[in-house]
Write a protein that binds this ligand. Structure first.
Ligand code: ARG
Length: 465
């Protein structure tokens, strides 16, 4: 960081240097410095194109490219330094390049503006971030499948209104989260594609008189070239797409997190987390808390906020660059960092947790099997509404007498409806109930096996690339 005050790169028409308080609100370098690798990559593509097109001499372009590569390795070694006077990452890179290669660095910005440059940097960042989140999500999905395979026979109650409803297989439950994640995967893939159109060549907003070739820079970066220079510097749809994908994934993670908070409570006591993924209390020695799952529940808030923040920044903004757009970066960084932190902890936390299958199965029995009685009557021609009423009466009588459904004799059952005399008792067990399901996508072992097959196929197809 330099000692004496430098004048900003746009300082030509100004009689004074910027006030410190202004400099502080204006500068993005404290947070956008992490875009440096993308900024440098974009500048290398731009410099090569300037050389190709004869806008710069080949030798000049060569010097710029080698200098930029040196800046890149300084950054990678953690030796890239900046000061608030650099204003933003674009300026900092150019300043360092000039220190390394001299005044030829002043030619790099020919046919370019920070407006298309920053949009490009963000595209590249979002594309990489989407890819990294996709890889992390696939890991979590693989862990769900592993646990589902290991816990093939474990059952638990499915809930509605958080009241025990019907028994389901634990793999069915885990796969429900898997399929939600598979849709997140699609959203992340779509966001990755959306980040694939390079804005480079838009310059400030209307293009440039220099005979640049945006197709060339785009190709070097593995992107498609811009269609409209004004749109290219104005739009942040690709970032919104990524933030939306993060927000929905965050909501999914929060729902999974909430279930684990419940499951690991003493009231449910369905599961215990590995010690390596739990924390204790500073005062109550007995405590073992599911902090990571609580954080998953909590982080959904900021992910929704991040999406909202950028939507509101963009709302009503006229086309062209406005400094408001500088506010796009922190929500994006925050969302990506939050999602990656969660995806890094989730797979192993799932794999190492233990279930109390006995307790879960017990909770899945009892009145949670009442629908079996109604379905049995309906299958014998009793209108379902009528069957529902009859079984409701049975439940009420059992509750009055302190009995379970399973304790009723065939004669007692028949006293409520003649057809119930032949009711097969095994349907009043969680296992009998899940095996009795036959509809597509149900919790039956056959359906769950089929789902597992599809899930494995999806993972294979997505990881074999
Ligand atoms: N730091 C700015 C940003 O993050 C870079 C673009 C500046 N462009 C401008 N016309 N002032 O958006």
């Amino acid at each position: 960081m330099s000692e004496e005050k430098r004048s900003p790169l746009w300082g030509g028409r100004f009689g004074k240097s910027p006030a410190e308080a202004f400099q502080r609100i204006n500068a993005s370098i404290p947070f956008d410095v992490r875009l440096a690798p993308y900024d440098i990559r974009g500048s290398i593509a731009h410099a090569r194109m300037l050389g190709e097109r004869g806008i710069l001499d080949r030798e000049e372009a060569e010097v710029l490219v080698r200098g930029l590569e040196e800046v890149m390795s300084e950054f990678e070694r953690g030796e890239f330094s900046w000061s608030i006077e650099d204003e933003d990452v674009h300026t900092a890179v150019e300043r360092r390049l000039r220190e390394l290669v001299g005044d030829v660095a002043l030619k790099l910005h020919t046919g370019r503006s920070r407006n298309d440059q920053v949009a490009l940097d963000l595209h590249l960042f979002c594309r990489d971030a989407a890819e990294e989140m996709i890889r992390g999500l696939l890991e979590a999905m693989a862990a769900l499948v592993e646990v589902a395979e290991r816990e093939k026979d474990t059952m638990l109650p499915g809930y509605t209104h958080l009241q025990r409803a019907q028994p389901i297989l634990l793999p069915h439950h885990l796969l429900a989260h898997f399929w939600a994640f598979s849709r997140d995967l699609r959203r992340l893939e779509a966001a990755r594609e959306a980040a694939g159109r390079s804005p480079l060549g838009a310059a400030a907003l209307g293009g440039t008189p220099h005979r640049i070739d945006p197709g060339l820079t785009a190709r070097e970066l593995g992107m498609e070239p811009l269609l409209n220079s004004l749109d290219a510097v104005s739009e942040r749809d690709f970032a919104l797409d990524l933030l939306y994908a993060c927000a929905v994934l965050g909501v999914h993670l929060s729902r999974l997190g909430e279930e684990w908070v419940l499951w690991t409570s003493q009231e449910f006591a369905f599961a215990t987390l590995d010690d390596a993924y739990s924390s204790g209390s500073s005062i109550m020695p007995q405590k073992k808390n599911p902090d990571a799952y609580e954080l998953m529940r909590g982080k959904a808030g900021r992910l929704i906020g991040d999406l909202n923040a950028l939507l509101v920044v963009l709302k009503g903004l006229p086309l062209g660059y406005s400094k408001d757009l500088q506010e796009d970066k922190e929500p994006i960084f925050d969302a990506v960092d939050s999602v990656l932190a969660m995806l890094r902890v989730l797979p192993e936390m799932l794999r190492t947790a233990r279930f109390d299958a006995g307790r879960m199965q017990e909770a899945a029995g009892g009145f949670a099997l009442a629908t079996e009685l109604a379905d049995f009557l309906a299958a014998r021609g009793v209108p379902f509404r009528e069957a529902h009423r009859v079984v409701g009466g049975i439940v009420r009588r059992c509750e009055e007498r302190g009995l379970s459904l399973q304790e009723l004799t065939p004669e007692e059952l028949a006293s409520f409806h003649a057809a119930l005399g032949e009711f097969p008792g095994h349907l009043l067990t969680p296992r009998g109930s899940v095996e009795n399901k036959s509809s597509r996508g149900s919790t039956s072992p056959t359906s769950v096996e089929e789902q597992l097959g599809r899930a494995r196929e999806l993972l294979q197809q997505k990881t074999a690339r």
